[in-house]
Structures are given as C-alpha cells and as structure tokens.
Design a protein around this ligand. Structure first.
Ligand SMILES: [Zn+2]
Length: 656
C-alpha cells in the first residue's frame, strides 16, 4: 500500500486530487491511517506539557488530520457524483467510523480543558477560538460521562440512518423511474429527448429528479402518463418515511441532552437566525400571501384547462398560460442556451466584467470522469487564483440536484490556493450540443456564485475558509450571482443560437423577463411547504415518536396553514435529502433567509451601475474574500452600508 495516493499531498498543480491514480481499494486503508494519524496528533496536542496557547492548541488542531482530510474530500465528492456498489459499501462502513472519530476528538476532556484556557488578542484568532469553543460545546464537550456515552450512540445511529436514506434515494431515481414501452406515451417531448431515454430492451425510461414536480410534467400531453410520473415521484423510496421519523426522534433526544427544547432550537443557535422565533417570525410573513397567490394562479389554470386540475396538471397548464399570456415558449429558448457558450460567454464573462478574473481550460488535468473539465483561474494581473472544476451532466450514479464543493480549501496556513467544483444534473444528449433550459442556466450562475465564494477566500485558517459560513448565509452570494444571468450585457453575450450564432431575439428576451414573476405563488408555496415540513419534524419534543409519518406530514402542513392539495412540498419527507442526509436539518429555511440579503444586494448593484469592476471589487473585498473569518451580518453591513430589510424580497416574490 506504499502507492496509496492519499498518503502524501498531491503533486499536481494546486494539489488537485490525483483522480487518475485513485482506486476503490485505496479508500479504506487511507481512512484508517488518516483517522489513526489524526487521533495521535490530537493526543499530542491534548497532552502537551507546555501551557496552552493559540498556536500550540488551536493552530495545531487546524494543522492536524491532513491524510484524513484529503481522503474524505475525494471520497465524498466521488460518492456524490460517480458512485458505485463498491463506493456505497465503503460509505456504509466508514460513515459511522467517521462519526466515532469526530466524537473522540470533540469529547476529549483533556483537549477541551486546554481549549478553555487559551486566550488571544488577535481578532482573527479570537473569532476562530470562539468557533472552536462553540463547536465543542455543541458537540457535547461539557456533558457528563454517561450523557456523552449516550450522545456517541445517538450520533452513530443517526449517521447510519442518514447513509441508508441517501443510498435508497439514489436507487429510487432509477428504480421508481417512469417506464413506457410505446413512445407515443411520451408525446410532448422532442425527438432527441425521446431518443435519449431509449434503453437497449426497447423501453423508454425517464429517471426521477430529486424534487416533487418533475420537469416532464410541463410537456407530457398524456394526462394519465403525467399522473403516473407524479405518483412515482411523490411515492419513491417509501422506506425512507420510517427512517426519517426515527431520525427526527433521535435528533430531539440529542437536542435535549445538549440543553435545547428541540432540534430546531439546537440547529439555529449557531446560525445567523439564532432563534426559532426569528425563523418563525420571518416565515409567518410569507405564508398567507404566498398561498393567496397560488390559489389565484390555480383559478387561472383551471380556466385554461376547462376542468378542475390535479397536482400533475399544474406544470402543464401553467406552461400553457405562460405561452398564452406572455407568448412565452421555454423550448424556443433552448437553442440559445448551449452549455459551453453559457459558461464561457455567460458565467465566466460576467465574472471577468465584475472581478477581472479569466479562465483557461486545462485539458492536461482531469477529474474522476471524462465529462469533468478543469479550468485554471487567473486574476486580472495574471496572478494564479485557483482551479474551477465542472461536472455538468446527470448520471445514474450521481445524486440529484446541483451543488458546489471544495476539493482543496484555500488557507494561508498551508499556503494553498482553492480548488472548487460545481456539479449540475443536465441530461447529456445522445449526440450534438447540450442545450439548457432557462432554469439550468440560472442554476449554472447560482452554483458559480458559491464557486466565487470559495475561489476568492483570503483567510489564514481552513476552518473558516471560503464557504465555511452559517448555512443560512451561504446561499446569499450564490443567489446574488443569479442576477447576471439576465443582465442585458451578459445575456446578449451568451444567448446566441447554437447553429447560426444569431443573438436571442429582443422580443424573446423581453418575454423571458416578463415571465419571470409568473408562477411565483406556486414556487413560493412549494418551497415554504418543504421548509415548514422540515421545521415540523425538527420541533418534535424529546421522547416523541411518530408512528405514521405520512399522516404526520399531512397534519404538519395543515397546522402551518400551507396545506394546498394542488401544490405539494418541493420535497416530501421520503426524498428530503437536504434535511435527512445533507446537513440542512431545520435549515431548509436558509434559502429564503439568505434571499433577504440577496434581494438587498441586487438592489445595491443596480443602484450603483450594475456590472462594473468597482462593484465587483467592493462585493469581493467586503464579503466574498472573508469566508467565515468575520461575523457574517457585520460583513453584510460593511458591504451594504445598512441593516437588511425584508422589503426587496417581498416585492421580488410578489408578496407585498
Ligand atoms: Zn446554493
């Protein structure tokens, strides 16, 4: 095993992980050695005979665990994007071990005693020290021995359940896929789309995306096929209902051990929201108007359809109303949204205009799959900034949705520049160019906003690098970056016909903008229903169990006054990966919480002349470069020059 590529730092540029050398059999030995090495380092720090200082305790902890960090970074990136039976088996084995490992450090009494004695006057250090103290207390460092023993059991059980939930969800996307034998049933899809769904056995298989309203519902003309697709979507992975209920009960017990009335209170305490009341006060302002808007939209759809519509009809008829009212045809736009052009002439172009940065493809560098592309990123003056890695396509072994992750964290401590990655789930055409939907274009800009947060990071310590900010803040820079997708100068630069190079006709652009506010009631209710469902699960009282999770779900939505049969939650319990696998438990509210800051910032950019280097530099200096090294709301105030107001958000979503 001397050849294990995780045992030494990568010698590729920017320490890009050597994906080409990594084999499945490298992971377990690397995890094993990584955890052992990390524990030995931590023991040495905890038992250092010297008096505790920031340098020999906190900075030393930041330096520890390098093999484990390298291994886990690559493994979980591959597990999310390019999994296999072997990877899934390793994940099942290693997840509870990693939980035990992290508990062994956070519940180490000698170490905790030392951390409590550290003092410092350096602002950056004292902020990090506070973070460490908070992390340890939240992990149970101050609990009695028996309580800590129970906590370890709970954490391990939760980690197992979460892996099970994720794996059955991944399988469900194909196991619960819509299968038809007669292509006529797919009427509404274009030829190329139908062809891309055909399997060797002559059937046509439409896999599920990870949210309720499958995109196909907007196009499929056969009402019964729509019903089947919808029911497959909401009913997938039924075993996950029980897992979710069990997790919610265990999380409530853990919250009580840690001194909180429920998991929601525990979860928001270290966020910018801080309290359950703050979140509920915010959501309370949105629910009523959003449901009213959705009901109004439903009436228009029924009128268009000529009958009382069902949930699987919503997207289909809203597309019809959109076409009738705005003469807007989503499909007519796709030839103007070719994947490579969207990135090079859109996403990257906007970043160059704002920040001066430039991008060069590095075909000599590669990822874990041939469809992964690596770009080197430079400052305006030619200084090297980092790497941007892009994996745009959906695969059966890739989890749903879109996300950003770091392959290398920026830190001055290690002298490392960032390597950041964006994952999308765009269907790869059987042949020819990849044409995106407008939603996918928007997602590309969104995820790149996270990438900027990672690439611009200028901090000393890895713990606060880049996107290591509270999760109800992390969506803010990414949402701001969405504004450039339709910014005239940017749109004109990338929205060109893939065959003729003709710019998108002005009237299509106008329609795109006019239609943006359309269907906002639906989108807001769908989002809020998921948020309030997440919230209900995590306000369970300690000791409470849920025997019938589906009934619980229905009652929770009713109680939150968001129940509306035509608009189900964006995620039901059984496929709510954000909260049962993804670290967003009692945290799905974060998107709209961040959107308050986003809407404020979009206003700021508009007030100050939009797409300029000066504006980009201001946003970069006051916000993007700071990572989590400063109180996030202070950073926002320094950028915006005032406290955030909810008004721009209400107006954007038509809720005022
Ligand atoms: Zn995001």
């Amino acid at each position: 095993m001397a050849e294990n590529p995780f045992f030494a730092p990568s010698d590729l540029p920017y320490q890009l992980p050597p994906f080409g050398e990594v084999r499945e059999e490298h992971y377990l030995p690397a995890f094993e050695r990584g955890m052992a090495e990390h524990l030995a380092e931590v023991e040495e720090i905890a038992n250092n005979p010297e008096p505790p200082t920031f340098e020999n305790t906190i900075a030393a902890l930041e330096r520890s665990g390098r093999i484990l960090d390298r291994t886990a970074t690559v493994f979980f990136s591959v597990a999310a994007s390019n999994s296999s039976d072997g990877i899934m088996a390793i994940e099942k084995e290693v997840s509870p071990q990693l939980t035990r490992h992290s508990d062994a450090i956070r519940l180490n009494r000698a170490l905790w005693a030392r951390i409590k004695q550290v003092t410092t006057d350096v602002p950056e250090e004292s902020w990090l020290l506070e973070k460490y103290r908070d992390d340890f207390i939240r992990a149970g460092a101050d609990l009695s021995e028996p309580d800590q023993a129970r906590l370890r059991e709970l954490n391990e059980e939760l980690s197992k359940l979460s892996t099970e939930f994720a794996q059955s969800l991944l399988k469900a996307s194909t196991e619960s896929a819509l299968v038809v034998t007669d292509p006529k049933e797919l009427d509404g899809f274009d030829e190329a789309k139908i062809e891309s769904l055909r399997k060797d056995d002559g059937t046509y298989v439409l896999p599920l995306l990870n949210f309720t309203n499958q995109p196909g519902l907007a196009q499929l003309t056969d009402r019964d096929v729509r019903r089947r697709l919808y029911e497959l979507s909401v009913g997938r992975a039924p075993g996950n209902f029980g897992i979710a209920a069990e997790m919610a009960t265990l999380r409530a017990e853990r919250a009580e051990l840690l001194g909180f009335p429920n998991h929601a209170a525990y979860s928001v305490a270290d966020q910018t929201a801080k309290t359950v009341e703050a979140v509920e006060q915010m959501l309370g302002q949105l629910v009523g108007p959003a449901v009213r808007n959705a009901r109004k939209e439903a009436e228009e759809l029924a009128e268009q359809a000529g009958f009382a519509i069902e949930p699987w009809d919503w997207s289909y008829y809203s597309e019809k109303v959109r076409q009738a009212r705005y003469d807007f045809d989503g499909a007519a736009m796709r030839p103007y949204f070719e994947l490579n052009r969207v990135y090079r002439d859109g996403v990257f172009f906007a970043a160059t205009k704002l920040y001066g940065m430039t991008f060069t493809e590095r075909p000599d560098l590669s990822g874990y799959h041939p469809d992964v592309t690596v770009f080197e990123v430079f400052e305006e003056d030619g200084d090297r900034l980092g790497l941007f890695v892009l994996d745009p396509y959906a695969r059966e072994n890739k989890r749903g949705g879109a996300w950003m992750n770091n392959l290398v964290d920026q830190s001055f401590l290690f002298g490392l520049k960032p390597v950041v990655m964006n994952n999308l789930n765009v269907t790869k055409p059987a042949s020819g160019p990849t044409l995106l939907t407008y939603d996918e274009v928007n997602t590309a800009f969104h995820e790149f906003g996270h990438a900027l947060h990672g690439l611009f990071s200028q901090v000393r310590y890895p713990r606060v690098s880049g996107t290591s900010v509270p999760r109800d803040f992390v969506e803010y820079p990414s949402q701001v970056n969405e504004m450039w997708a339709t910014w005239p100068e940017v749109l004109a630069n990338y929205a060109k016909h893939y065959e003729t190079g003709e710019p998108m006709p002005a009237e299509l652009v106008e329609k795109l903008k006019a239609a943006e506010k359309f269907n906002q009631g639906f989108q807001t209710v769908e989002y809020l229903a998921a948020t309030l469902l997440d919230w209900a699960w995590h306000k369970l009282e300690p000791g409470e169990t849920v025997a019938d999770p589906e009934a619980f779900e229905a009652i929770a939505l009713e109680a939150a006054q968001i129940a509306f049969p035509l608009v189900r939650p964006r995620y039901r319990t059984n496929y709510f990966a954000h909260v049962f696998t993804g670290g967003y438990s009692a945290g799905y509210y974060s998107y709209i919480w961040s959107e308050v800051l986003d809407a404020e910032s979009v206003e700021w950019f508009k007030e100050n002349g939009g797409l300029t280097r000066a504006n980009g530099d201001h946003f970069r200096r006051q916000l993007l470069s700071l990572g989590g090294s400063l109180d996030p709301l202070t950073a926002f105030r320094n950028f915006r020059g005032r406290e955030p107001s909810i008004r721009p958000l209400l107006s954007r979503r038509g809720l005022d």
